[in-house]
Design a protein around this ligand. Structure first.
Ligand code: FMN
Length: 215
């Protein structure tokens, strides 16, 4: 039975654009795979602990010599990596916070990236398609004044392909603050168009992935 790993990281439970678009992906993917399994992680509602010394050192210690703290930390990493390994597709919703990803998503990445298993010579989830929904209040596309401040897609592209060997693509609703910030009122039409396009793109991507069409 196919499995989707669906991750959200917006701190907002209401009015989140990344949640709305990742949900559109999920709905289209489920329509293409009736009865399939979805593993859902809401990193804002249930934050993961930061990777700590116990989690880092546990991997270098034989199981029978691990402290209880190391074993607990290792079990969490094992569970999170297993979720990624089980997945036939992944969708990640991430807002831009201060030019980059939320710390909750960084915590997930630090837990999941484990040399010798999910990363390294033979990454265990290599080739899995992942769609990142990157919502942002302003605009950071090519040629915009803030292009060089963009560390969401640039970072995730590197870490998801370079470390985990996933097949990554991005859906990017922009100008989301136009509807809440009066100073950005002139961008409202662009914001609405960007979100509408993102919803279409996410559903199309999910249908293609769900039907097994190569990226
Ligand atoms: C703490 C915080 C920091 C933010 N930093 C930025 C930023 O650096 N650049 C930007 O364009 N928007 C920024 N925003 C706006 C969000 O990226 C925007 O509201 C986005 O839609 C959030 O995703 P969501 O709608 O899924 O919650 C920030 C919002 C918050 C709450």
């Amino acid at each position: 039975m196919p499995t989707l790993l669906h991750i959200d990281s917006s701190a907002l439970s209401e009015g989140s654009v990344s949640r709305e678009v990742s949900a559109a992906y999920r709905a289209a993917w489920e329509a293409a795979n009736p009865g399939a399994t979805v593993i859902y992680r809401d990193l804002a509602a249930e934050p993961l602990p930061h990777l700590d010394a116990a989690g880092i050192t546990a991997g270098f210690v034989p199981a029978e010599h691990r402290s209880p703290e190391q074993q607990e930390a290792h079990d969490l990493r094992d569970r999170l990596i297993s979720e990624l390994e089980q997945a036939d597709a992944v969708v990640i919703g991430t807002p831009m916070y201060n030019f980059t990803i939320p710390s909750s998503l960084k915590a997930w990445l630090d837990q999941v990236i484990l040399m010798g298993r999910s990363a390294g010579e033979q990454p265990s989830a290599a080739g899995t398609p992942v769609t990142v929904v990157s919502s942002r209040g302003g605009a950071y596309g090519p040629g915009t004044p803030r292009e060089s401040f963009e560390f969401v897609t640039t970072y995730l592209e590197k870490v998801l392909t370079g470390m985990l060997a996933l097949e990554v693509d991005f859906v990017v609703p922009e100008f989301t603050l136009a509807r809440v910030n009066p100073a950005m009122a002139e961008f409202t039409d662009l914001a609405d168009a960007s979100k509408a396009q993102a919803l279409v793109d996410a559903a199309a991507r999910a249908q293609a992935v769900g039907a097994g069409v190569p990226a």
